[in-house]
Structures are given as structure tokens and as C-alpha cells.
Design a binder for this molecule. Structure first.
Ligand SMILES: *Cc1c(COP(=O)(O)O)cnc(C)c1O
Length: 383
């Protein structure tokens, strides 16, 4: 095998006005948590996903923390979460002192609405508009829905269940900026804007990046303003430093927002390229998971189903191609081994098989052909 260029899994693409805007921020000396790019970036996201308000913050994780705080979720309560996702979707549940209940996925890799419903029906009592988990006696307040890899969770079903059982819905749309429904009840609605509150991430591997950053959105401006307040140290009076509760230093900087604004100008191009690359992999004969029907997915990450996950990852590495398994299931990780779970089956099956293959918007046709050839070669070899 000859040494060839390294193909990374998912890297930033900064070929728009990033340098111009960041330079402007530096030249004007607006580099911290004040400055015009922050409002511009918030407005750009709010306009794009059609919500009345958005607040920028330091990371998707911080955004999820703010979302749970704004909904008033706290100690002694429980939140239903997926097991097949990144740990940052769930850690904020513990930050606020609540306990997770881990739920299985369906074939879209997002939360199984049937299991969510049967859990609420069979494992809980609904008393005066309050859902009580029979085994723990604790109140279940909310469900965190993750739009895994840019797919859309089944929001029609999940919202029905949430309404019936009085659950708040937090959408972890950190991977799904740009994904929206084409048809059905929520036609035109973007991932992150259907539940009570939604969160995007602009970490370096996401579809757009600010280096690090996040955004909270909601149809309810009051919730967003509550997040803004908590993210600025819960400062009531800007001159006299009056604080009446515990806040956080979670604001985004103008430098990050300058990057973000330039990235937003290219988001639709990134979605188009990622969709074309996904289709190119399919044309090359790779067995990659489809996205849900009736949506426009942002095609952020591609999930190949391998016959020998670890062997394939190792082989691709030897070909200078970066790949990775899906996340370790959260209920198996040390901080959550004692946590409650409900009928987790499908997530185990997908965990054993998925390999995420390179998906950056910088990929060339030749890169894709090379990745596909290496994958096919290995998979044929193992049978
Ligand atoms: C990236 C990600 C987060 C966290 O976002 P950060 O900006 O990295 O803090 C949370 N949940 C999921 C599913 C993610 O992929």
C-alpha cells in the first residue's frame, strides 16, 4: 500500500468570509462577549430556522445546560434521554441535579417513540398532570431528543407522547442544523424548533463551526431570554452588579460569532455538498444508513454498517483514512452504569456495526472513491 494523503473524518471548511470578519473584530477590538457579530449571528440563525429569538453561548453543552435550567428542571426530578448519543447530551441532566432514564433508538438511530410511549404508559403513573416514575417515585419532567448525525427524530410521535404525558421536550439539534421536515404536520419546521427548546453546536466537527460555540432557540422568546440572563451571570443590573440568583459565564465571544456569521453564509452550500457526497458513497456501493423519509437532512455524518467494525477501523487507519465507531452507549459508561434504563436492544445492535466514514465538506470525489475502495476491499475480504 502506498502512502497517500490523510483523509480526516470531519474537519472545518473555512473558505468564506471568516478571515475578513475575524479581522474586523480584531481591528475594532471587539473580541470579547460584546460586539456586533454576536447579535448578527443570533439573528442569522433565528431567521434561518424561523424562530423569534436565539441566544449564542460557549458550547452546545452549555446550551443544553441553559435549556434545562430555563425549563426549571432540577434536583429530585428525572429526564428521559437516549443511550445512543454523545455524552454531552446527557451530562447537563446531572449538572442540574436530575437523574436520566436511558431509552433505546429505532432504525433512524434516534429515540424510539414506541418505547418512549410504552415506558410512560407502563412504568409511570400520570397523576394530576404529573408523570411519576413508579420504580423511583420521582417526577419525570422532560425528554431530551437528539437528532443523531443530522437525521430527524420522529417528532410527530414524540410530541404526541410528550403532550399526553406532560413532558417538556428539549431538542439536542447540535448535529442537525439545516435539517427540516418536507412533509407532514411539521412541514417546513427545522430540527431544534419543534419541541419547547432547541440547541445547536458549532464545535469544530459540526456542519458549521465557530471553533467552539452553541445556540439556544425556541418559539418562546421568554425561554430564550431566560437562557440569555443565566448565561450572563444572572446579572440584573449592569451598572450596580445586582445578582439575585446563581448564573453562569456561558456567553459567546464576538470572535467566535464573526466565524459563525461567515459560516452561516455557506451553510446551504455545505448541506448540498454533504448530500452529494453521501449520494456518491452510495453510487460507490457502500451500505450506509438512510436518513428519514419526508425530511431534508443536512447529511452531517454517514453511518456505514460493517461486518467487522473494529477490523475495518484499523484497516482504514492503515490506509490513512480516519473513521470511528459510534459512541459507547451511555448507560454502559462509568458515570451512568447505575442509571435507569428501559428495554435497550436496538442501540446495542447498531453499536456493534456502525463505522462513521469521512464526511467533511472539503472531500474531493477522489477522496470518496479512495475511501469507498478501501471499505469495499476490507468488507469483501471478511466475507
Ligand atoms: C457536539 C454535541 C454536543 C455538544 O456540543 P459542544 O458544542 O461540543 O459542547 C451535544 N450533543 C451531541 C449529540 C453532540 O454531537
Amino acid at each position: 500500500m502506498k502512502a497517500e494523503g490523510y483523509i480526516a473524518l470531519s474537519v472545518p471548511n473555512l473558505k468564506g468570509k471568516e478571515l475578513d470578519y475575524v479581522t474586523e473584530a480584531v481591528k475594532t477590538e471587539w473580541v470579547s462577549t460584546g460586539g456586533p457579530y454576536i447579535k448578527d449571528f443570533e439573528n442569522a440563525i433565528a431567521d434561518y430556522v424561523h424562530v423569534p429569538a436565539a441566544v449564542a453561548c460557549q458550547s452546545g453543552t452549555a446550551g443544553l445546560h441553559l435549556a434545562l435550567l430555563a425549563l426549571g428542571i432540577g434536583a429530585g426530578e428525572e429526564v428521559i434521554v437516549p443511550t445512543l448519543t454523545f455524552i454531552a447530551a446527557v451530562n447537563p441532566v446531572r449538572y442540574v441535579g436530575a437523574e436520566p432514564v436511558f431509552m433505546d433508538c429505532d432504525d433512524s438511530l434516534t429515540m424510539d417513540p414506541d418505547k418512549l410511549e410504552s415506558f410512560c404508559r407502563e412504568e409511570c403513573d400520570c397523576i394530576d398532570g404529573t408523570l411519576i416514575h413508579k420504580s423511583s417515585g420521582r417526577r419525570i419532567r422532560a425528554v431530551v431528543v437528539v437528532h443523531v448525525f443530522g437525521n430527524m427524530a420522529d417528532m410527530e410521535r414524540i410530541m404526541q407522547v410528550a403532550e399526553r404525558y406532560h413532558l417538556k421536550v428539549v431538542e439536542d439539534a447540535t448535529e442537525a442544523l439545516g435539517t427540516y421536515y418536507l412533509s407532514g404536520k411539521y412541514a417546513g419546521r427545522y430540527a431544534g424548533t419543534i419541541g419547547d427548546i432547541g440547541v445547536y453546536s458549532f464545535n469544530g466537527n459540526k456542519i458549521i463551526t465557530t471553533g467552539g460555540g452553541g445556540m439556544v432557540v425556541s418559539q418562546d422568546s421568554d425561554l430564550v431570554e431566560r437562557c440569555r440572563f443565566l448565561s450572563t451571570q444572572a446579572k440584573k443590573d449592569v451598572v450596580y452588579f445586582v445578582h439575585e440568583e446563581i448564573g453562569y459565564n456561558y456567553r459567546m465571544t464576538n470572535l467566535q460569532a464573526a466565524l459563525g456569521l461567515a459560516q452561516m453564509e455557506q451553510l446551504e452550500d455545505f448541506v448540498r455538498i454533504k448530500t452529494e457526497n453521501y449520494e456518491e458513497y452510495q453510487r460507490c456501493g457502500l451500505n450506509i444508513l438512510p436518513f428519514r423519509k419526508g425530511i431534508r437532512s443536512n447529511h452531517w455524518f454517514y453511518s456505514f454498517l460493517s461486518k467487522d467494525r473494529d477490523g475495518l477501523i484499523k484497516y482504514l487507519d492503515s490506509c490513512h483514512i480516519q473513521s470511528r465507531p459510534v459512541w459507547q452507549l451511555l448507560h454502559t459508561l462509568k458515570p451512568y452504569q447505575e442509571a435507569q434504563t428501559y428495554k435497550i436492544e436496538k442501540a446495542l445492535w447498531y453499536y456493534d456495526r456502525i463505522v462513521n466514514i469521512p464526511c467533511s465538506s472539503n472531500l474531493t470525489k477522489e477522496d470518496i472513491a479512495r475511501v469507498a475502495a478501501c471499505v469495499r476491499e476490507y468488507e469483501n475480504r471478511v466475507g
